[in-house]
Design a protein around this ligand. Structure first.
Ligand code: 48F
Length: 260
């Protein structure tokens, strides 16, 4: 075989093996933001077969740009254990004990590396366009290439079957919208519907991000900003402790549910 052939053959074969292995998994995560990456890391480390499907070429969601493109973010004391788990460095904010700054590029890249290195698979440039909903239960995801979605090409999708689905899509809560609007699912919220995110209130938003991380319908969980949007929490801007702790909580809840 020519070297050109060796390269192409190897890539097609190893990618196909990886995708085939991910077509039937324990946990299918939509979106590769900070909360989802922590959840994927924790699940995979505990032997749970986990894959993330991320629309963009680069996973990491809203972590890269820090606050208004100043590429630093803030994390509070309670979440520093997670930073240490991923080897992310942080420094105290002088005069404000309990708050730390860290480089947002280091955080994004370390979260991605940590999730993949723990055994989770990340499929980038893949958009989740629907859920598999059979006999009253969420059974998995409907996926397609992001360029197919973006160009509006009329190409049928493929499916992933999973014991649990985690919506980590951030502010839009895309999977929860599909669940309520297409499947007619009643979510575990006061109205059964998506309540909608409220404006900025940092400490309230941070606390509610963790509180709102839960199973909203059998087999369907939400973490991070998606959970806050579903349950009507406040936004919080470039402080990330709540996101990291939400991912850890989601992983624990899912493991309890699927008995891993
Ligand atoms: O929004 P995002 O970073 O998720 P998060 O874990 O973190 C929120 C913070 O970044 C920030 C914040 C903290 O102050 O408020 O916003 O809640 O990342 C969500 C990811 O999901 C992807 C999207 O491209 C992004 O990378 N995503 C959204 N919808 C889909 C999707 C979809 N249908 N299919 C695949 N990926």
């Amino acid at each position: 075989m020519s070297v050109e052939n060796i390269i192409s053959h190897a890539i097609v074969r190893t990618f196909s093996d990886k995708l085939i292995d991910a077509l039937n998994i324990d946990v299918a995560i939509v979106g590769g933001g900070p909360s989802a990456l922590v959840a994927a890391h924790d699940l995979a480390l505990n032997g749970v077969k986990t894959a993330i499907f991320e629309r963009k070429l680069a996973p990491g969601g809203g972590t890269w740009g820090g606050g208004m493109l100043f590429n630093e973010v803030v994390v509070q004391e309670e979440a520093t254990g997670i930073l240490k788990d991923f080897g992310i460095r942080f420094q105290p904010i002088p005069g404000n004990p309990g708050y730390y700054t860290l480089d947002s590029v280091e955080m994004a890249s370390a979260l991605i590396y940590g999730a993949v290195h723990s055994g989770a698979k990340i499929f980038n440039a893949v958009s989740v366009e629907d859920i598999v909903f059979k006999e009253g239960k969420v059974n998995g995801l409907v996926i397609n290439w992001t360029p197919v979605e973006r160009l509006g090409m009329h190409v049928d999708p493929l499916t992933v079957i999973a014991s649990a689905v985690l919506d980590g899509t951030g502010h839009p809560s895309e999977i929860m919208h599909l669940a309520t609007e297409k499947a007619g699912i009643n979510l575990d919220t006061p109205t059964g519907k998506i309540i909608g995110e409220k404006p900025m209130w940092v400490d309230s938003g941070e606390a509610s991000t963790i509180d709102n991380t839960k199973e909203y319908f059998p087999g369907l969980f939400a973490c991070g900003m998606s959970a806050n949007n579903v349950s009507g929490g406040y936004r919080m801007g470039p402080i990330f402790g709540g996101m990291l702790l939400s991912g850890r909580k989601a992983a624990n809840l899912i493991m309890k549910k699927i008995k891993k």
